[in-house]
Design a protein around this ligand. Structure first.
Ligand code: FMN
Length: 395
């Protein structure tokens, strides 16, 4: 007879009016499975499988609110046309007893000029080393359009049967670029003081809340630190968190890092330069990564629960649920998060390693993941779809 492990982790919990069957949410881990900006059978199966593996809620990763917010060709971009396929995706997740969320973002200056066919936009003019492009500073008209784009995308997600949306205000994407002094040098009411840098991200949360109604869960992934001198720091992040709560966020996920500058800071562990170079279709980028990868991508040592200190500060500053993310590998880590007062936990790599991670913890089959944060799953996103490559014999 199988006896279930007793832990608060495996009890139901609520975000706004949404009840999840347990406290574990699959974090947005870009799947690399979209085609023509839409849903594929592989993407549906990926999330169905995670729900079958016992996750409380799974998050469809990085969906761009508009075509010009894409960093890669195999990213979803939100539009009415794909709502029926998104509905098939949410139904597949629901049929396995899981809830479904979708991450909504815009790459800003990190968008790929090659994919979007024009110069990317951003908070201020800025050179992006990874894209070798300089973005254009957004006009007030573009700012207002983008606010509406986030809200419209959230409504489309709701119509498609998603139980929640996760607005991406971290990792150096567009909202984060407005918050960060490193990317925001504007001289108008959207730049300078924190109040001004918050104006655009706060308006997005407010407009999204107005659009989806008072009860629909809006999660916000944000940075506790950008991860370099001159970026956003924790004291400002605490103010950002309070403002997001005031504008209608239902829960916060305090992550960190800036994809265009400290891409491994949010994950820690090994830098998979060789794998990333092998999967690069652009020969210049391939060569660049092979020759200069170790200078372009800084590495940071991994330790379990590496974001706890900052996450605690965010949690203590707000009254909405705060979801712990960063280096959760075991039931012990999850219990620590629960005991600290986090209502939920987002888990990335341990569920990439094994979609049955939650089920196996709950049944007592395992107590921890054997993911060794080699991070080669990052490269797999560009080679057929995210999965753990550790057991494969690669060339
Ligand atoms: C393969 C891979 C893809 C990722 N893609 C995204 C993404 O699309 N959006 C995002 O917010 N974070 C992304 N992340 C970061 C994770 O959501 C998470 O913040 C990070 O991995 C730390 O959690 P973990 O220690 O549980 O893996 C990705 C991580 C991995 C490993």
């Amino acid at each position: 007879m199988v006896t279930e492990v007793k832990s608060k982790v495996f009890t139901p919990g609520k975000i706004a009016g949404l009840e999840l069957r347990n406290r574990v949410i699959r974090s947005g881990c870009f799947e690399g499975m979209s085609q023509e900006g839409g849903v594929t059978e592989a993407l549906i199966e990926h999330h169905r499988r995670l729900a079958e593996g016992g996750i409380g809620m799974t998050t469809v990763a990085y969906a761009s609110v508009t075509f010009d917010g894409r960093g890669f060709g195999h990213e979803i971009w939100m539009r009415d046309e794909i709502v029926p396929d998104l509905r098939r995706l949410t139904e597949a997740i629901h049929n396995e007893g899981g809830a479904a969320s979708i991450q909504l973002g815009h790459c800003g200056f990190f968008a790929s000029r090659r994919e979007i066919g024009k110069r990317p936009i951003g908070a201020s003019r800025k050179f992006c080393l990874f894209r070798m492009s300089i973005c254009k500073e957004m006009t007030h008209e573009e700012i207002n359009e983008k606010i509406e784009d986030y809200a419209r995308s959230a409504l489309q997600a709701k119509e498609a049967g998603f139980d929640a949306v996760e607005i991406h205000s971290g990792h150096g994407y567009l909202m984060s670029q407005f918050l960060s002094p490193w990317t925001n040098h504007r001289k108008d009411e959207y730049g300078g003081s924190l109040e001004n840098r918050l104006r655009f991200p706060a308006a997005i949360i407010r407009r999204t809340r107005e659009t989806v109604g008072p009860d629909f869960p809006i999660l916000v992934k944000m940075n506790q630190r950008d991860g370099f001198n001159g970026g956003l720091e924790i004291d400002d992040a605490i103010q950002v968190a309070k403002r997001f709560e005031a504008e209608g966020a239902s829960a916060l996920i305090p992550s960190c890092g800036f994809t265009a500058r400290t891409p491994l800071y949010m994950m820690r562990g090994n830098v998979p330069n060789k794998d990333m170079a092998r999967n690069q279709s652009n020969p210049f980028m391939r060569l660049g990564l092979l020759m200069f990868g170790r200078f372009m991508v800084e590495s940071y040592p991994f330790e379990p629960m590496y974001l706890l200190e900052g996450a605690r500060k965010i949690k203590d500053a707000v009254n909405i649920p705060v979801i712990y993310i960063g280096g959760v590998l075991s039931l012990r880590d999850m219990d620590t998060a629960m005991n600290e007062g986090f209502e939920f936990i987002e888990v990335g790599r341990a569920t990439v390693r094994d979609p049955d991670f939650v089920k196996k913890l709950q049944s007592g089959e395992i107590t921890e993941s054997d993911c060794d944060h080699c991070n080669r799953c990052i490269a797999a996103m560009d080679a057929g779809g995210v999965h753990c490559v550790c057991d494969e014999n690669l060339p």
